[in-house]
Write a protein that binds this ligand. Structure first.
Ligand SMILES: Cc1cc2nc3c(=O)[nH]c(=O)nc-3n(C[C@H](O)[C@H](O)[C@H](O)COP(=O)(O)OP(=O)(O)OC[C@H]3O[C@@H](n4cnc5c(N)ncnc54)[C@H](O)[C@@H]3O)c2cc1C
Length: 500
C-alpha cells in the first residue's frame, strides 16, 4: 500500500483488492482499466482511480479495452461499444486526461497489454462486473502484475457486497432493499469525476507498447465496416440503428423522461406504444449509470431521498413516494435489475440449469417427456420458422434491431420452452439467441429474464399443464388479445405462420 491511507469518497464496500501486491508510488501513472462501466460520468471506479492519482500526484491513464475473446462478439456489439469509445475519447480530451482505446485483434491481447502497462503503473483500478467474461480477465491480470489491482463496483444503487446471499423472489429482494437502500442512497458517485482534477498529464506511452498494441485508429472508433471486417469476430450480425455511447444514452433518457415516463405504467406492456425507456443496452455497457438515471428521474419528479417511505413490506407501490409510473420504472431499474446483479455476484451458477429452484426443476423433470405438438431446433427458432406469427415477429425484431419488447420477450421464452425437445435444450436456445442478437445480452438481466421463464423468482402456478407443469404459462393468443400490437405485427411479421 501507499504509506498513507487513500483519501477517497468511494465507499469501502464498493472496493476490493484483487491481489495482495502493494501500490508503487514511484511508478509512472495510475491506470484505470475500463471494461464494463464505459463512461466518464457517475462512475465510482473512475472516481477511485482519480483519488489514487491525486494522492500519489501521478497522471491518470484511462485504458478502455474491447475484447474479441467472447463467444458472441459481433459487428453489432463491437460497433455499439466503439460509439461509446469515441464519446469517452472526446470527454478525456476535454478533461486533458490521457485515454487509450484498445481493440483486440487476437484473443488475449488486452491481458498482455495490461500486464505490460502494469510494470509502469502505481496501481491498476478495474471494473467489478459480475459476469465471468469480464471478471475472468481482471483475475488473469491481477495474478500477473506486480502491482496493486483493485476492483470497484459501480453497478447498482445497492453495492454488490451489501448483501451476503441471493434472494429467491423479487419481493424478498425488495424487502431487503427497503430496509437497506436508504443507507446507500446518499452515497452517489460524482457526476463528473474528471472535473478540475488537476493531475499531471501522462506523457506518451513507450514505443514498445504502442507498436505492439496500437490504439484504435479513428476509422475503427468510427465503427467503419471495413475496419471491423479485419477483426476476428462474427460479421454476419451487423450493427443496428441505435447508436451507443453516453451521448446517445443521455438523449434516450431525456426523451423517455419527457415523452414516455408519465404513461409508463399503462403503456409499457403494449408493443405498439413503445412505452419503455430503451436504456438496457446503455446500462449493460455502462454508457450510463443507474445513478444518473435515478438522479434525472428524481429531478423530473421533484423528489428527494427523505421522501422514501419507511416500509419493509416488499410491496412496490408507495415505496419511493413518486408517481405510479416512476415507481413502476424504478421497480424495473432497481429491484429487477439489481436482483440479477446480486445473483450473478453471489452465485457462480447463475447461468446454469441446476440453479433453478427445486420446485421448478422437479416439475420440469416430471413433464420433460410430455408429448410436444411442435419441436423446433435452434436454426428454426433462429430464422423465425415456427408456426406462430407473433413469435416469428418478435424473433425478427431481435435479429434485425437487436432488441425485443419486454412483454414479448417473456412470451418468446415461454414458447421456446414449449417447443423444445426438453427444458435444458430450451435454456440453451434462449441463451444462444438472446446473447447473440440482443444488444443488452450477456448481462445479469439476461439470466434473470431467461431463468424467470423457467421458474426463477417465480412461484408454482396451477392448474398444471403439459410440458410446463407448475411453471407459469403464457399463450400467444391471450397475449395478442390483451396487447396493442397491430402495428408491431405489420412491421415485423411475415405472412407465414398463424397466431396461436
Ligand atoms: C427471456 C428474457 C430475456 C431477457 N434478456 C435481457 C437481457 O439480455 N438484458 C437485459 O437488460 N434485460 C433482459 N430482459 C429483461 C427485460 O426484458 C429488459 O431489461 C427490458 O425489456 C429492457 O427494455 P427497456 O430498457 O426499455 O426497459 P424499461 O422498462 O425502460 O426498464 C428500465 C430498465 O430496468 C431494467 N429492467 C426492465 N425490465 C427488467 C426485467 N424484467 N428484468 C430485469 N431488469 C429489467 C433494465 O435495465 C431496463 O433498461 C429479459 C427478459 C426476458 C423475459
Amino acid at each position: 500500500m501507499a504509506s498513507q491511507p487513500l483519501t477517497t469518497h468511494v465507499p469501502d464496500i464498493r472496493v476490493r483488492p484483487s491481489n495482495q501486491r502493494p501500490a508503487d508510488p514511484k511508478a509512472r501513472f495510475v491506470v484505470y482499466w475500463m471494461t464494463a462501466f464505459r463512461r466518464t460520468a457517475s462512475n465510482f471506479a473512475l472516481e477511485h482511480a482519480v483519488a489514487w492519482a491525486r494522492q500519489l500526484r501521478k497522471p491518470l491513464l484511462i485504458v478502455e479495452t474491447l475484447s474479441c475473446d467472447q463467444r458472441w462478439a459481433s459487428d453489432r456489439h463491437h460497433a455499439f461499444v466503439l460509439d461509446g469509445m469515441a464519446d469517452n475519447a472526446a470527454a478525456c480530451r476535454r478533461a486533458d486526461i490521457r485515454y487509450y482505446p484498445y481493440v483486440e485483434r487476437q484473443p488475449g491481447e488486452q491481458i498482455d497489454l495490461l500486464v505490460a502497462l502494469g510494470s509502469q503503473a502505481c496501481a491498476i483500478i478495474a471494473d467489478d462486473f459480475p459476469i465471468e467474461s469480464v471478471s475472468a480477465g481482471v483475475r488473469r491480470v491481477a495474478g500477473r502484475v506486480n502491482v496493486r489491482l483493485e476492483e470497484v463496483d459501480s453497478n447498482g444503487l445497492m453495492p454488490l457486497r451489501a448483501a451476503d446471499r441471493v434472494f429467491p423472489t423479487a419481493s424478498a429482494f425488495r424487502r431487503f432493499l427497503q430496509r437497506t437502500l436508504p443507507d446507500y442512497l446518499p452515497e452517489m458517485p460524482k457526476p463528473n469525476p474528471l472535473a478540475r482534477v488537476g493531475l499531471p498529464r501522462a506523457g506518451g506511452l513507450p514505443r514498445e507498447i504502442t507498436r505492439r498494441w496500437p490504439p484504435a485508429a479513428s476509422r475503427l472508433l468510427a465503427a467503419d465496416p471495413t475496419a471491423l471486417a479485419g477483426l476476428p469476430i462474427t460479421h454476419t450480425i451487423g450493427r443496428v440503428a441505435i447508436r451507443g455511447g453516453t451521448l446517445s444514452a443521455r438523449k434516450t433518457l431525456r426523451q423517455f423522461l419527457k415523452h414516455k415516463l408519465a404513461g409508463y405504467a399503462g403503456n409499457r406492456n403494449h408493443p405498439d406504444l413503445d412505452g419503455t425507456s430503451g436504456l438496457s443496452p446503455f446500462l449493460h455497457f455502462g454508457h450510463i449509470s443507474v445513478h444518473e438515471v435515478s438522479r434525472e428521474l428524481a429531478k423530473a419528479e421533484g423528489w428527494s431521498p427523505p421522501a422514501v417511505a419507511d416500509t419493509t413490506t416488499g410491496r412496490r407501490e408507495g415505496w419511493w413516494g413518486m408517481s405510479e409510473s416512476a415507481e413502476g420504472f424504478l421497480d424495473e431499474l432497481v429491484t429487477w435489475r439489481e436482483v440479477g446483479l446480486n445473483r450473478c455476484a453471489h452465485a457462480e451458477d447463475c447461468d446454469r440449469y441446476d440453479s433453478l429452484p427445486d420446485w421448478a426443476k422437479a416439475t420440469l423433470a416430471e413433464h420433460a417427456a410430455d408429448r410436444r405438438e411442435y419441436v423446433y431446433a435452434l436454426g428454426q427458432f433462429e430464422h423465425g420458422r415456427t408456426h406462430d406469427r407473433l413469435w416469428n415477429a418478435a424473433q425478427a425484431q431481435l435479429v434485425c434491431e437487436g432488441r425485443m419488447h419486454n412483454y414479448l420477450r417473456m412470451l418468446w421464452g415461454k414458447k421456446i420452452l414449449q417447443w423444445s425437445a426438453d427444458p435444458r435444450e430450451a435454456l440453451a436456445v434462449m441463451i444462444e439467441l438472446n446473447n447473440k442478437y440482443a444488444l443488452d445480452g450477456q448481462d445479469p438481466n439476461s439470466y434473470s429474464g431467461i431463468f424467470w421463464v423457467l421458474g426463477r423468482y417465480d412461484r408454482p402456478w396451477g392448474p398444471q399443464r403439459p410440458i410446463f407443469g407448475k411453471i407459469r404459462y403464457m399463450s400467444s393468443r391471450n397475449t395478442a388479445r390483451k396487447l396493442k400490437l397491430t402495428e408491431y405485427l405489420e412491421r415485423y411479421a411475415s405472412e407465414e405462420g398463424r397466431e396461436q
